[in-house]
Design a protein around this ligand. Structure first.
Ligand code: NAD
Length: 512
């Protein structure tokens, strides 16, 4: 990619000064606080504009609600056609969007392109789904009766997203919501507003040429936590899908629960890999490396804990240290770079604080230092860290959103699985083994307690076909593939009596 973020935005059609609110296809300047978007690559200012205000929340929700009343009546396969066209537009702008993702989130080109590919994949998935929103027919206990389920559109869906997947998380939610007959209000991370503006612009262009798409099918509102909170409070938003940190999820879940709404939570992970004595070590190093240092350790599924059998620990550690030594770290737009920057100074401070704490708790830290080269100006570049820990201390049980890989040793698989599950988060997990008994034990009810459990595949980098999400403090939500679509619809159970009798359920007699 040789062009700048501004060229990429222009090619998508974002030519004016960025605006914080899109009420459907109408852009509106915000009147809230000044937002300065900075690039993690070099700290340069990418955009400056005013955020939305709380008053804008009501406006976008009303628009999304009016649009919903129309969109829910469009047949689902036609809604699928709308998403198919969105997929085409994303294909056309794949490189442009990836450029914006790299500049705003600091992802290396390969991973930024991969993120846009994920958007395209979920479009394809959703198109197929638009003809498969199946309900069940159930055997009725009463003669002359039919019992069935239908899935109906739910309403405007509020999507609150994190900085580290600035376009894909929206697509996972929005594409399913669109085929399910819902409209969308997106509150993106205030750290990646241009990614959101670009996506909204792409939807607007497709919607304007799709006669059945009502104005307000897709809406955008840019601002901080208070805007997200106002969306979570709003009674006309039946589902809030929130992706981000555990404290954010706790706040959103409480607010939504107060009004008895639904929330779909995709929160922090503390993902581990168990490496057994029979593991293929070469494959383990490669898969641990991508999972631990990819996206500079800023994925919800990043590998944070390596639980290694004591008989192979020294060998694996030395191979890993060797690989870490050779990591190409630097400008994510340069070909060959594998590790880009942390998102901001705060992330850097959090990482350094965690390493200090780990040392105090008995850890031996390898690497982890800041790379302070003038060519990076104000970018926050670090050498990913490996930390040998004597056990799973307090700091290991927290998600530090940075490239820190804690390494612990174990003797028996039971002990390893116990250690694996002894953290508050439950997103993704992996076992590296060539022993089928060990693999099956890890996948069994007494094995990994995570939403994602892999064998000989690292915890990071899920495919969109499976349901994505995790247990415990990760929030319990499921997005993307499989039957995750059901969260975006309401189920009705229908009983139809086609007889001339009126038998009651459970054999109850109630005759005068
Ligand atoms: P964050 O929690 O700081 O922010 C996420 C979003 O929530 C932002 O849009 C923010 O403005 C909003 N927000 C914050 N407080 C809020 C509140 N009280 N009410 C409503 N909205 C609020 O997270 P981040 O730093 O952007 O992202 C990193 C975190 O996200 C990590 O913990 C990571 O594991 C998690 N994450 C999880 C998944 C997943 O699918 N499980 C995916 C990506 C990131």
């Amino acid at each position: 990619m040789t062009y700048s973020i501004h060229e990429a935005l222009q090619r998508i059609g974002v030519v004016d000064q960025p605006a914080a609110v899109a009420v459907g296809t109408k852009w509106q300047t915000g009147a809230g606080e000044l937002l300065t978007g900075k690039s993690p690559i070099d700290g340069s200012t990418l955009a400056t504009f005013n955020e939305a205000t709380l008053g804008d929340v009501g406006l976008v929700v009303d628009t999304a609600q009016s649009a919903f009343l129309k969109w829910r009546e469009v047949p689902a396969p036609r809604r699928g056609e709308f998403v198919r066209l969105l997929g085409e537009a994303l294909r056309e702008h794949k490189a442009d969007l990836a450029t914006i993702v790299s500049w705003e989130a600091g992802k290396i080109t390969q991973e930024a392109i991969g993120e846009v590919q994920e958007m395209i994949d979920i479009c394809d998935f959703a198109v197929g789904l638009s003809r498969q929103l199946y309900g069940k027919t159930i055997a009725s206990e009463r003669p002359g009766h039919r019992l069935m389920e239908q899935w109906h559109p739910l309403g405007p869906i509020g999507v609150i997203s994190a900085f580290n997947f600035p376009v894909a998380v929206w697509a996972w939610n929005a594409m399913l919501a669109f085929v399910c007959g819902d409209t969308v209000i997106w509150k993106p991370s205030e750290k990646t507003p241009l990614c959101a503006i670009a996506c909204q612009q792409i939807v607007n262009q497709v919607a304007q040429n799709f006669p059945e798409a009502p104005n307000g099918i897709s809406n955008l509102i840019i601002g901080g936590a208070e805007i997200g909170n106002a969306l979570a409070e709003h009674h006309d938003v039946p589902l809030i899908s929130a992706t981000g940190s555990i404290p954010m999820g706790r706040a959103v879940a409480t607010t939504v629960a107060k009004r008895l709404g639904r929330s779909l939570l995709e929160l922090g992970g503390n993902n581990a890999m168990i490496v057994t004595e029979s593991a293929d070590l070469e494959m383990t190093v490669r898969s641990a490396l991508f999972s631990a240092v990819g996206t500079c350790g800023q994925r919800c599924t990043s590998l944070r804990r390596l639980i290694v059998h004591e008989s192979i620990a020294d060998q694996l550690l030395s191979a890993l240290k060797n690989a870490y030594q050779r990591l190409p770290i630097g400008n994510p737009l340069e070909p060959g770079t594998l590790v880009g920057p942390l998102v901001d100074q705060r992330a850097l401070e959090t990482m350094q604080h965690a390493l200090k704490t780990a040392k105090q708790q008995g850890g031996i830290v390898h690497f982890g230092h800041q790379i302070d080269e003038t060519e990076y100006a104000d970018g926050c570049y670090v050498h990913p860290a490996i930390v040998e820990m004597p056990g799973q201390t307090d700091i290991v049980q927290q998600e530090t959103f940075a490239p820190i890989l804690y390494v612990m040793r174990y003797r028996t698989l039971d002990e390893a699985i116990e250690m694996h599950n002894a953290v508050p988060q439950g997103l993704s997990s992996a076992i590296m083994t060539n022993d089928i008994r060990q693999a099956e034990q890890f996948l069994s009810p007494a094995g990994s307690d995570c939403g994602i459990a892999n064998v000989n595949v690292g915890p990071s980098g899920a495919e969109i076909g499976g349901a994505f999400g995790g247990e415990k403090e990760t929030g319990g939500g499921r997005e993307s593939g499989s039957d995750a679509w059901k969260a975006y619809m309401r189920r009705t159970t229908n009983t139809i009596n086609y007889s001339t009798e009126l038998p009651l359920a459970q054999g109850i007699k109630f005759d005068l």
